[in-house]
Design a protein around this ligand. Sequence first.
Ligand SMILES: Cc1cc2nc3c(=O)[nH]c(=O)nc-3n(C[C@H](O)[C@H](O)[C@H](O)COP(=O)(O)OP(=O)(O)OC[C@H]3O[C@@H](n4cnc5c(N)ncnc54)[C@H](O)[C@@H]3O)c2cc1C
Length: 366
Amino acid sequence: MAEYNSKAIEEFSDIWVFCEQRDGKLMNTDFELISEGRKLADQRGSKLVGLLLGDQVADLAKELGGYGADKVIVCEDPALKIYTNEAYTDVVCKVVMERKPEVLLLGASNIGRDLGPRCAARLHTGLTADCTHLDIDMNTYVDFLDKNSNVDVANTEFKMEDVNMKMTRPAFGGHLMATIICPRFRPCMATVRPGVMKKAPFDQAKADACEVEVLQMGLNADALHEKVLEVAKEAKEIVDLIGADVIVSIGNGAAKDIARAKELAQQLADALGGGVVGSSRALVDAGLMSADRQVGQTGKTVHPKVYVALGISGAIQHKAGMQNSELIIAVNKNENEPIFEVADYGLVGDLFQIVPEMIEAIKAQK
Ligand SMILES: Cc1cc2nc3c(=O)[nH]c(=O)nc-3n(C[C@H](O)[C@H](O)[C@H](O)COP(=O)(O)OP(=O)(O)OC[C@H]3O[C@@H](n4cnc5c(N)ncnc54)[C@H](O)[C@@H]3O)c2cc1C
């Protein structure tokens, strides 16, 4: 193996995506990241490679090709069947040190957040956590700044030849967006928030054309310090906010009668068409709603066809997770709340009175 030196940046090439599998199934985030990785690889004129670890998971690889991967490297070993930080870090770092990718993306899932920083430390490089936007090409980045920031791009000098990945993420509690680069070390690593990047349409021809390389890792299980003895899954239904077309979220304004509010929100979601109930963080912190329902900067980022905010003030951290929804309806008894700034339709009044009327009106329309 050629000596690995993370400062020899000219030796590194290609965009890599760590693809997560659980119980032998790929995650939605894999498809989002591969789709985003495709965009970056096209900007850089390089290859897009998926990195998949597991035990007998090679059959999953081609599907990643359908979302844009040119190649998938599958690292197989019985010790990789279930995620452990130690074995996964060893394998990811070994392959990265041998093959030297320029960029390595991971999902900001529980696994990605655990694995990414340890790999970055071992690989002597930087990692930007929880990114919401990525660019390599300067023209695309400047265009992004022009549309999404108050930077006066016309009067700012940019180094247009810059090929560092520009990693943008919310900072200071979501009050500003920071773009971070890693100019002196490779690979340039980032974790990306689930649900933010758009999944490309699946293309069977690309899946068929995707190259798959399987590496048998031959790990010594006895030498590993971490062992999973048992996986106990919590017997609760986890709500799929990210894939939902309709989300009706409730906030602190619903707290005075949470049971009734939950019932009304679900009825409204059903009336609008198979929707699910989300929440602001205020209700999650108060123990009135489960964390998997939280929308916002520290919850899920969603873009459903319809998002209804009931009794939610519209704090910047909540808006960060829902403002790209196709249609936003807000119900709030205070007409000056910031939620109305992003709402397409606003109803001012008590949600406990308005929502039953909305449900009746929708049913009557049908
Ligand atoms: C680092 C950080 C991360 C955060 N991450 C998130 C996040 O991911 N998601 C998130 O949601 N928040 C997040 N927050 C918290 C956020 O700042 C707000 O505190 C939170 O969103 C407020 O929730 P809320 O709108 O439900 O409550 P409130 O701000 O208390 O608003 C309640 C609203 O209900 C209205 N209301 C009251 N009664 C009624 C009624 N009967 N009918 C109609 N309207 C009524 C009120 O007018 C008010 O607008 C974060 C904060 C920080 C600092």
